[in-house]
Design a protein around this ligand. Structure first.
Ligand SMILES: Nc1nc2c(c(=O)[nH]1)N[C@H]1C(S)=C(S)[C@@H](COP(=O)(O)OP(=O)(O)OC[C@H]3O[C@@H](n4cnc5c(=O)[nH]c(N)nc54)[C@H](O)[C@@H]3O)O[C@H]1N2
Ligand SMILES: Nc1nc2c(c(=O)[nH]1)N[C@H]1C(S)=C(S)[C@@H](COP(=O)(O)OP(=O)(O)OC[C@H]3O[C@@H](n4cnc5c(=O)[nH]c(N)nc54)[C@H](O)[C@@H]3O)O[C@H]1N2
Ligand code: SF4
Ligand SMILES: [Mo]
Length: 691
C-alpha cells in the first residue's frame, strides 16, 4: 500500500468493499488518479485474496457507465414507459417529495411505504438513516423477506442464529456437500477453497435439481426434486442411526430432543424419501454412509433450497445433520448457511427503533403486488431505493398493475433507469460504492470492513443517507438523530458490547480496511456445543417452535406446487420452474450493462431432452413458459443440464430488455414460506410450449 503515501493529486489506492448482495463481501483496492478511479482490484483481505468475480472486476464500467442517472428527474410521459423525463434540481425534487409526504402523513403516515432491499449491503446505506427517517415519520413498515428469512428462521430454531462453520476452514474438509448452492456463480471465494480441498483429496457432492456450473466440477451430482431436501436429510439420518454411525456422545452432550426425534426418524426410510425426492434409494444410503464416516465433513447450504413453501423447515432439518455425526467437532466440519449471526453490529444504534412513531402496519415486500392493489388503508406513496421490485418481486403482472396505479406517487432512487423507474413519478440519482462511506459485515466470512469514498459523486448523485438527511430537513423534522453524518453512524454501528466485535472501531477499521472478528484463527465454534439457542444446545426439539404453533420437531414440509402435493395443478403444469442467479448478473444489477449482456446474450430455459421431445421442442427453439399467473418467452437449451420434470431460467433479466418485455417473475407466486414470511420463488409449476 505504498501508493497511499503519494499526494492525492497523483495516484492513491483507496480501501473499499464490494457492496453487492453476495456472501463473499470482497475487499476492494481502488486506484484513483487525479480524481478518477482507474482500477478496481481484489484487496489482500484474507477471504478475497486479491481476486474479484468477473462482474465486479469491471466495476469501473458500472461506475462510469453512460447509462448512469446523473440528476433528479420527473416523469412527463405516461407511467410505465420510462420514455420522457424532465430534469429538475435537487431542491425542487426534495420540496415536491416533502409536500406529498406531508399531505399524506397529515391523514395517515401509513399511506407511505419504503421499499428497499440489498442494492448495497453497506450498513449505513442498507439500513441506516432510511430506517430512522421512516420510523420517525410513522410510515408503514416493510418486511424485508424476499431472500433469506425462511432459512434464517429455520436455522435459528436449530442452531440459535445465522451461525456455522468458518468457510475458510473448508480447505481441510474431506467431504463437502454443496446443497442448494451454486458457489461458482454466487459464492466464488468459497468455491476456490473447495477446489483447494479437492486438490487435498476431498470429495465434492452437489445436491441440486440443476446440473449447474458448480455441479459440472463436482465428483457427484444428486439431481433432487425442488423443495424436497428435508426428506433426503431425514432419510440420511434414518440410515445413520439404523447403522449405528451416529455420534452418541455428541448427541448426549450437545443436543436437545434426540430421543423424541428417534421415533420420527424411524418412519423416514430411504424408500419413502426416494419417492419424494426423485433420488434412488441406494444413492441416499450411500450418501448417508459417506457423510457419517468421512471426517471432516462440511455442508454448504445456501438460500436456493429455502425458496420453497417448506423452506424454513428444510433448513431447520438439514441443520441437525452435523450434530448427529458430531461433524461440529472439526474446524473443517459442520454446516454453513450464513455467518451473519456471529457479528454483533449495533443495529439499534444505527436504525433507532426507539424513534418509531405509533405502531404502523407491516407490508410484506414479497407480496407488493397484492399490497399495492388492495392494502387497507391504501398505499399512496412508495419510496424505492436499493431495489428493483418491478423486475425482482414475484407475480409480475400484479406488481406491474400496482405500480401502474395513476394515483400512486412513486419515487425511485437508483443509479440506473431500471424496470422500476419506468413507473416512477420521480427518479433520484444514487452514488455507487466508490462515492460514499460505508461499513460492512458479511454473511459468508468473518471479517468487518470499511469502505471509503474513492471519487467524488458522479453527476449530482447522492448516497441514501444524505437524501434522508435532506428530506428530514424539508419535512421540518428536528430530531437530531436524523442529521448525524455517515462517519458518526459508522462509529455507532461498531460500538457494540458483543465480545466478537472487541477491538473493532471505525477509525482503526478505516485505516486497516478489514479486521477479523475476535474469534480464533482455526475455530470449531460448536465442538463443545455452546449453540446460541435458549438451551445452549442444538435444539432438535424446539419449545420456541411449539410456542409459534409449529411442529416442535424437524420434519419435511412439502412444496405447494409439486406433483405429489398438488397433482391437480401438476396435471396442467407438470414442470417445476427455477430461476436462480445468472453468473453475469447480480439479481437484476448489471443486467443492463453491455459488459454483462455480452456474456449472458439472451434469456434461456434449460430443459431435459425427454421433456423437450415430449413437447416438440428442439434446442434453440423459442418457447413460452406459462401458468395461471402469467407467461414469458425465451430460448430453449435442450440437454441433460437439469433433471427431468424441472426447467431452469437463469435470472434476473430486466423485463424491458427481454424479447417479450417480461421475465421469470411473470410465473412466480406471492405465497409466503412456512417460517420467516419469505418468498417462494422456486415453488412454482409451469408448462412450456414452443412459440
Ligand atoms: N453471480 C451472482 N451471484 C449472486 C447472485 C446473483 O444474482 N448472481 N445473487 C446473490 C443473492 S441475493 C443470493 S441470495 C445468493 C443466492 O445464491 P444461492 O444461495 O447459491 O442460491 P440460488 O442461486 O438461488 O440457488 C442455488 C442453487 O439452488 C438450487 N435449488 C433451487 N431449488 C432447490 C431445492 O429445492 N433444493 C436444492 N437442493 N437446490 C435447489 C438452484 O438450482 C441453484 O443451483 O447469491 C448471491 N450471489
Ligand atoms: N425470479 C427470481 N426472482 C428473484 C430471485 C430469484 O432467484 N429468482 N432472487 C431474489 C433475491 S435472492 C433477492 S436478494 C432479490 C434482490 O432484489 P433487489 O435487492 O431488488 O436487487 P437488484 O435487482 O440487484 O436491485 C438493486 C437495485 O439497487 C440499486 N442500488 C445499488 N446501490 C444503491 C445505492 O447505494 N442506493 C440506491 N438508492 N440504489 C442502489 C441497483 O442499481 C439496483 O437497481 O430478488 C429476488 N427475486
Ligand atoms: S459480487 Fe461477490 S464475488 Fe463478486 S466482487 Fe462482490 S463480493 Fe466478491
Ligand atoms: Mo438474495
Amino acid at each position: 500500500m505504498g501508493s497511499n503515501d503519494l499526494p492525492s493529486s497523483e495516484r492513491r489506492v483507496v480501501k473499499g468493499v464490494c457492496p453487492h448482495d453476495c456472501p463473499d463481501t470482497c475487499g476492494l483496492d481502488i486506484t484513483v488518479e487525479n480524481g478518477t478511479a482507474t482500477a478496481v482490484r481484489g484487496s489482500a483481505m484474507p477471504f478475497t485474496e486479491g481476486t474479484l468475480c468477473t462482474k465486479v472486476a469491471r466495476y469501473l464500467e458500472r461506475t462510469y457507465a453512460p447509462e448512469r442517472v446523473l440528476h433528479p428527474m420527473v416523469r412527463v410521459g405516461p407511467k410505465g414507459t420510462g420514455a420522457q423525463w424532465r430534469r429538475i434540481s435537487w431542491d425542487e425534487a426534495l420540496d415536491t417529495i416533502a409536500a406529498r409526504f406531508k399531505a399524506i402523513a397529515a391523514e395517515d403516515p401509513q399511506g407511505i411505504l419504503p421499499y428497499s432491499y440489498a442494492g448495497t449491503m453497506g450498513l449505513l446505506n442498507y439500513s441506516g438513516m432510511d430506517r430512522r427517517f421512516f420510523h420517525h415519520l410513522g410510515a408503514s413498515k416493510l418486511e424485508r423477506t424476499i431472500c433469506s428469512s425462511a432459512g434464517k428462521a429455520g436455522i435459528a430454531l436449530t442452531l440459535g442464529g445465522g451461525v456455522g462453520m468458518d468457510p475458510e476452514r473448508v480447505v481441510d474438509s474431506k467431504l463437502i456437500l454443496i446443497w442448494g448452492s451454486n458457489p461458482i456463480v454466487s459464492n466464488l471465494h468459497f468455491w476456490s477453497r473447495c477446489q483447494e480441498a479437492k486438490r487435498r483429496g476431498a470429495k465434492l457432492v452437489i445436491i441440486d435439481p440443476w446440473r449447474n456450473e458448480t455441479a459440472r466440477k463436482c465428483h457427484q451430482w444428486i439431481g433432487i426434486m425442488p423443495g424436497t431436501d428435508a426428506a433426503l436429510a431425514l432419510a440420511m439420518m434414518h440410515v445413520i442411526v439404523a447403522e449405528g454411525l451416529h455420534d452418541q456422545d455428541y448427541l448426549d452432550r450437545h443436543t436437545l430432543g434426540w430421543e423424541a426425534f428417534g421415533e420420527r426418524l424411524a418412519q423416514w426410510t430411504p424408500a419413502r424419501a426416494a419417492a419424494i425426492c426423485g433420488v434412488e434409494e441406494d444413492v441416499i444410503v450411500a450418501l448417508a454412509r459417506e457423510y457419517a464416516t468421512t471426517r471432516p465433513a462440511a455442508i454448504r447450504i445456501n438460500y436456493g433450497l429455502q425458496r420453497h413453501y417448506g423452506g424454513g423447515m428444510a433448513v431447520r432439518t438439514l441443520a441437525v445433520l452435523p450434530a448427529v455425526t458430531g461433524a461440529w467437532r472439526d474446524p473443517a466440519g459442520g454446516l454453513l448457511l450464513s455467518t451473519s449471526g456471529f457479528y454483533g453490529a449495533n443495529h439499534a444504534a444505527l436504525e433507532r427503533p426507539d424513534l418509531l412513531r405509533g405502531n404502523p402496519r407491516a407490508i410484506n415486500m414479497c407480496a407488493i403486488g397484492d399490497a399495492l392493489l388492495g392494502a387497507d388503508p391504501p398505499i399512496k406513496a412508495l419510496y424505492v431505493y436499493n431495489s428493483n421490485p418491478v423486475a425482482v418481486a414475484p407475480d409480475s403482472s400484479k406488481v406491474v398493475q400496482g405500480f401502474s396505479r395513476p394515483d400512486l406517487f412513486t419515487v425511485v432512487h437508483d443509479l440506473f433507469l431500471t424496470d422500476t423507474t419506468d413507473y416512477a413519478d420521480m427518479v433520484l440519482p444514487a452514488t455507487s460504492q466508490l462515492e460514499h462511506f460505508d461499513v460492512h459485515v458479511s454473511y459468508g466470512h468473518l471479517y468487518v470492513q470499511a469502505n471509503s469514498p474513492a471519487i467524488a459523486p458522479v453527476g449530482e448523485a447522492k448516497p441514501n443517507t444524505e437524501v434522508f438527511r435532506l428530506l428530514a430537513a424539508r419535512m421540518g423534522f428536528t430530531e437530531p438523530a436524523l442529521f448525524e453524518d455517515d462517519e458518526t453512524m459508522a462509529r455507532q454501528a461498531l460500538a457494540s458490547d458483543n465480545p466478537r466485535m472487541k477491538g473493532i472501531d471505525w477509525d482503526s477499521l478505516k485505516q486497516a480496511g478489514w479486521k477479523r472478528l475476535a474469534v480464533p484463527e482455526v475455530w470449531a465454534p460448536f465442538a463443545q456445543g455452546g449453540f446460541p439457542t435458549p438451551s445452549g444446545k442444538c435444539e432438535i426439539w424446539s419449545d420456541r417452535a411449539a410456542a409459534m404453533g409449529l411442529d416442535p420437531l424437524p420434519d419435511y414440509t412439502p412444496p405447494i406446487e409439486n406433483p405429489l402435493s398438488n397433482p391437480a395443478l401438476a396435471a396442467r403444469y407438470p414442470l417445476a420452474f427455477l430461476s436462480p442467479p445468472s453468473r453475469n448478473f447480480l439479481n437484476s444489477s448489471f443486467a443492463n450493462l453491455p459488459v454483462a449482456l455480452e456474456s449472458a446474450r439472451e434469456p434461456h430455459l434449460e430443459i431435459h431432452t425427454d421433456d423437450a421431445a415430449a413437447r416438440g421442442i428442439a434446442d434453440g427453439d423459442p418457447v413460452r413458459v406459462y401458468n395461471d399467473r402469467g407467461s414469458f418467452s425465451l430460448r430453449a437449451k435442450v440437454g441433460a443440464s437439469v433433471r427431468r420434470g424441472v426447467v431452469v431460467a437463469p435470472s434476473i433479466w430486466w423485463r424491458k430488455l427481454a424479447p417479450d418485455g417480461k421475465n421469470a417473475n411473470e410465473v412466480t407466486s406471492q405465497v409466503l414460506t412456512d417460517m420467516g414470511a419469505a418468498a417462494t420463488l422456486y415453488d412454482c409449476l409451469v408448462e412450456v410450449a414452443p412459440v
